[in-house]
Design a protein around this ligand. Structure first.
Ligand SMILES: Nc1ncnc2c1ncn2[C@@H]1O[C@H](COP(=O)(O)OP(=O)(O)OP(=O)(O)O)[C@@H](O)[C@H]1O
Length: 265
C-alpha cells in the first residue's frame, strides 16, 4: 500500500552482476520523502546501475535483494514487478542526454508528462485538455524556457533540454526525481541553473531527489546527504559536510581533486 509519506526508494541488499563483474554488491539505501541525495563515486562504481535498478529499467540479481519505490515493491528476487509502472508514474527521470524526443517541440515533450492522465488516443492526436496545456506552459515558464516552447527539442541547448525535462516532471506531478548525471554535459552556468532548479523542487515542492554527480563540489554545495559508491559498495553515507580529505581519498584515491569541477573549497 502506498502512503503519501512513503520513502522515495528503499533498496535492500541489492546486487547486480554483469558477466564476472559485480556492478552492485549488497547495496542497501533508504531515501525518505523530501530528501535530496547525491550519489557520487568514481566512473564505473555503479551509480547509474543503482538508478536504473530503482526505476526497474534493469532487473537486479535473483536472491534476497529487493527495491521499493514509494511503497511499491518494484523488484524482488531478480524480477521487475507489475507495480513498476505505478511507481514510475511518481518518478520524474532526468538523464544526461536523450531526455526529450528530438523531433517534437519542447511543449509537446513537456505534455508527455501528462500522458499518464490523458487517454492515449487524445494524446496521440495532440488533443490535450486545456488545463494540462496551461500547466505545461506554467511549468516551462517556471524553469525559464517558455520562450522556446514551439522549438524542436533537438535544436535546443543541453541546458534548455534539461530544464524541459524538469518541466515535464512537474507536469507529470512527480513526487520524486531521479537524475543521472544531469549536468555532466553542461557548461557551469547551465549546470548551476539545473542544480538550483532541482534544489527548488526539493525545498519548495517537497520532491525527493536522487542525483548522480561526477562533481563532488556540486554534491557538497547542493545536497544535504551524500552517498558514495566504490566498486558497487556504499563506502560513505552521511552529511555532505562530513566528506573530508581522508574519505575523499578512500572514494577516489589520491587524485581526488580531479573529482571537483570548479575549485576545491
Ligand atoms: N549493460 C551492461 N553490461 C555490462 N556491464 C555493464 C552494463 N552496465 C554497466 N556495466 C558495468 O557495471 C559497472 C558499473 O557501471 P555504471 O554505469 O553503473 O557506473 P557509474 O558509476 O554510473 O559510472 P559513470 O560515472 O562512468 O557513469 C561498470 O563496470 C560497467 O562497465
Amino acid at each position: 500500500m502506498t502512503t503519501a509519506s512513503a520513502a522515495v526508494a528503499s533498496v535492500r541488499d541489492v546486487s547486480k552482476t554483469f558477466g564476472a563483474r559485480k556492478a552492485l554488491d549488497g547495496v542497501s539505501l533508504d531515501v525518505a520523502a523530501g530528501e535530496m541525495v547525491a550519489l557520487i563515486g568514481p566512473s564505473g562504481s555503479g551509480k547509474s546501475t543503482l538508478l536504473r535498478s530503482i526505476t526497474g529499467l534493469q532487473p537486479i540479481d535473483p536472491g534476497k535483494g529487493r527495491i521499493d519505490v514509494f511503497g511499491e515493491t518494484v523488484q524482488q528476487n531478480g524480477r521487475v514487478t507489475g507495480a513498476v509502472r505505478r511507481a514510475r508514474g511518481k518518478l520524474g527521470m532526468i538523464f544526461q542526454q536523450f531526455n526529450l524526443v528530438g523531433r517534437l517541440s519542447l511543449f509537446s515533450n513537456v505534455m508527455l508528462g501528462a500522458l499518464g492522465r490523458i487517454p492515449g488516443w487524445r494524446g496521440a492526436l495532440g488533443l490535450w485538455p486545456s488545463q494540462d496545456k496551461a500547466r505545461a506552459m506554467a511549468a516551462l515558464h517556471r524553469v525559464g524556457v517558455s520562450d522556446y516552447a514551439a522549438q524542436r527539442a533537438n535544436t535546443l541547448s543541453g541546458g534548455q533540454q534539461q530544464r524541459g525535462a524538469i518541466a515535464r516532471a512537474l507536469v507529470q506531478g512527480a513526487q520524486g526525481i531521479l537524475a543521472d548525471e544531469p549536468v555532466a554535459s553542461l557548461d557551469p552556468v547551465s549546470a548551476r541553473k539545473v542544480m538550483e532548479l532541482l534544489v527548488e523542487l526539493n525545498k519548495r515542492d517537497g520532491l525527493g531527489v536522487i542525483v548522480t554527480l561526477h562533481q563532488v563540489d556540486y554534491a557538497i554545495r547542493y545536497c544535504d546527504r551524500v552517498v558514495a559508491l566504490k566498486s558497487g559498495k556504499i563506502v560513505y553515507d552521511g552529511p555532505a559536510t562530513g566528506l573530508d580529505t581522508r574519505i575523499l581519498i578512500d572514494i577516489y584515491g589520491p587524485e581526488f581533486e580531479d573529482a571537483f569541477w570548479e575549485t576545491k573549497a
